[in-house]
Design a protein around this ligand. Structure first.
Ligand code: ADP
Ligand code: MG
Length: 243
């Protein structure tokens, strides 16, 4: 059963095509990893799915709802159904971890603060930060801040969580705790599309891996197939450099 279908998605910056003809089909609970050289369009694909960039062609069907991205309303709908976490977590420095998680649901969605706080505490517990609910970002490590950012994204109750190089800005000793959090979300059945340079992690957690180059998906398959039996020269070159 397909949960998320992407058909013919294409985006450009100015006159330069940075995504073309992106087709994808993802089951509920799948973890799809996007790999590929710098500039291949991985971030653009995630930003387009969440409605931050308006594609000039294509559409998405998510759990039988079609999102065509052509109108403000559909871009807003995309932001309801996808949530994205970036490399730079950008927490509000003057707010506690708890408030960082509750602010969007209360202010943007207008939900009752009490309900949202209860959920936010559960989410912070889920990412291993029960003891840091009242801490400010500058009292937290980079790994802890990134986990607050993940909790903040989950507070929006997305159908699909998009993670764009969420460990790339972290000191090596802090990477594991964030990867553990992602692994746990996967076990709970969260559907995710992740961009990561942690190839060991990708191989372990991804249900499938898509290799992108020059704005296209060049190969897609199970991790072992992609890493051990690349079919195209481009993927062979890429894996030879990174593995
Ligand atoms: P990746 O995440 O795979 O490194 P990106 O999606 O960031 O790739 O970039 C894809 C292409 O789009 C690159 O050629 C990049 O230079 C270009 N690009 C990214 N962001 C912008 C922007 N804001 N304006 C113009 N070009 C951009
Ligand atoms: Mg990127």
């Amino acid at each position: 059963m397909t949960f998320l279908t992407v058909q013919g998605l294409a985006a450009r910056y100015g006159t330069i095509d940075v995504l073309s003809g992106i087709d994808l089909s993802i089951a509920r609970g799948e973890i799809l990893a996007l790999i590929g050289p710098s500039g291949s369009g991985k971030s653009t694909l995630l930003r387009t799915l969440v409605g931050l960039i308006r594609p000039h062609a294509g559409h998405v069907v998510l759990d039988e709802e079609r999102i065509d991205y052509g109108s403000k309303a559909s871009l807003k709908r995309a932001r309801d159904r996808f949530a994205i976490v970036f490399q730079q977590y950008n927490l509000f420095q003057n707010m506690t971890a708890l408030r960082n998680v509750t602010i969007a649901p209360t202010i943007v969605k207008g939900r009752a603060r009490g309900d949202v706080e209860t959920e936010a505490r559960d989410l912070l517990a889920k990412v291993g930060l029960s003891a840091k609910v009242g801490a400010y970002p500058d009292e937290l490590s980079g790994g802890q801040q990134q986990r607050v950012a993940i909790a903040r994204a989950l507070a929006l109750k997305p159908d699909v969580l998009l993670l764009d190089e969420v460990t790339s800005a972290l000191d090596p000793e802090l990477v594991t705790e964030v990867l553990d959090t992602i692994r746990a979300l996967g076990r709970e059945g969260m559907t995710m599309i992740i961009v990561s340079h942690e190839m060991g992690f990708v191989r372990e957690v991804a249900s499938r891996v898509a290799f992108m180059d020059q704005g296209k998906i060049v190969e897609i398959g199970k991790p072992d197939r992609i890493f051990d039996a690349p079919e195209t020269e481009r993927l062979k070159d890429f894996t030879a450099k990174i593995l």
